[in-house]
Design a protein around this ligand. Sequence first.
Ligand code: SAJ
Length: 458
Amino acid sequence: MEMTAEALVETVERRTARVAVLGQGYIGLPLSLLLASSGYSVVGYDVNKSLVRRLERGDLPIEEKGLSDLLEEAGERYTPTGDPSALEESDVFIVAVPTPRSNGGADLSYVWSALREVAERARPPFGVVVESTLPPGAFRRMIDRSLGGAGLLGRDFLAAYCPERAMPGRLVRELVENPRVIGAYDGKSARMAELLYRSFSKGDITITTPEVAEVVKLVENTFRDVNIALANEVARICDALGVSAREVIEIANKHPRVNLLIPGIGVGGSCLTKDPVFLASSAEEAGYSPKVVESSRVLNEDMPFYALRIILDSLSRTGNGRKRVAVLGVTYKGGVGDHRESPVEPIVRGLLSRGVEVVVYDPRTEETFGGKRAESLEEALNGADLVLIGADHPEFKTREFRRELSRLPRGTVVFDGKWALDPREVEAMGLVYVSVGMIERLNSVLSRESERVQISSL
Ligand code: SAJ
């Protein structure tokens, strides 16, 4: 007997539905394992053959707390594959492929090809859930164009837009605990998606239209980007005024309605660097030209270059001819191995292009952005004129780390790109603490302690 859309929803409820997750990256992989651990039989499909081979060996390509336990729990219910014909047996398809930025807009080519694959392989009735970030209006357009031929939405196939909102470094926990938003045009599609996520999610689930869900996702990341931009602007204002931004922010945040974020060398990662751009470009197309969103992006994108200028200035004042910078951490933020859109990249490349020797130490990635790789912290610090904390990894918050740092010659400049260290502690080691919003530190050391050899020549 032929299955109906209602019966499909029932298989999702009973967890007998076979699920295929297209894209086994930062979101697709943890999601597959969560669903498999909840009882679904899950095919994890990816076009990257070497990634699939790794997964087949049980070798996880990303480090996230709880992920290896999930892999074990999922057991045989999780099957990674690079073979598209393996999709043919599935009832529900989840699209979790990237949507990179391209020419001021979104590159939807990976989502298109995943949906094409679904249209080709799926047998009605089937369900589709898109997790990839989409610009407003894209969900309807893409579903209509790619799946319209598969029949009628709500009868032959069900479709929902459920953007992921979990934070790298805390992926598993956030996928389980965060609230979810489901965008759907009909009740059956919404129910299918809700049952699927409810199998592992403890968060609140809100059902709305796909258009609202699209804007919600982009607004959330824009909120963060704009707030970081404000912190960065406060830092630059404080540098201009010669006061400590760290002190300003700390005191201002005691006000019950003020919560400034942490300024730094810039905003990286694949989400905050593109979602505000998607939002702004959709608004432009619709006839409104955003003010705050675009200028926040401009300021955040300038932060690595601002940091680079301070670093070059500090180096040029050392005057002894040696120019060697130890970069500790090159990922886009602490605690992750992801270096996409890292603000450390323009800094390293800018230093290299000016003939500065750059030695990189990062326990979380092999990437060096053209710098020389150091195998240990000790090796990186050896002979460094300036130390840049590029990512606030937990490894840089230990006592051993501070002990290594304290072995640096007196007067060595430590540029803390993430406000990760305690300035007083660094100065107590005889080092010079500098950061964005903390230039006054450098200046006050210069005027008070001009007898110090290296500092006096800064
Ligand atoms: N950063 C600062 N100052 C801060 C906080 C962060 O400069 O006070 C920098 C970080 O160093 C990093 C960048 O911002 O370079 C982004 O880091 P993040 O931790 O703020 O965010 P992401 O990109 O790792 O994850 C974001 C999250 N969105 C929100 O918090 C609104 C996450 O929940 C989303 O799921 C994710 O984007 C995504 O995939 O869209």
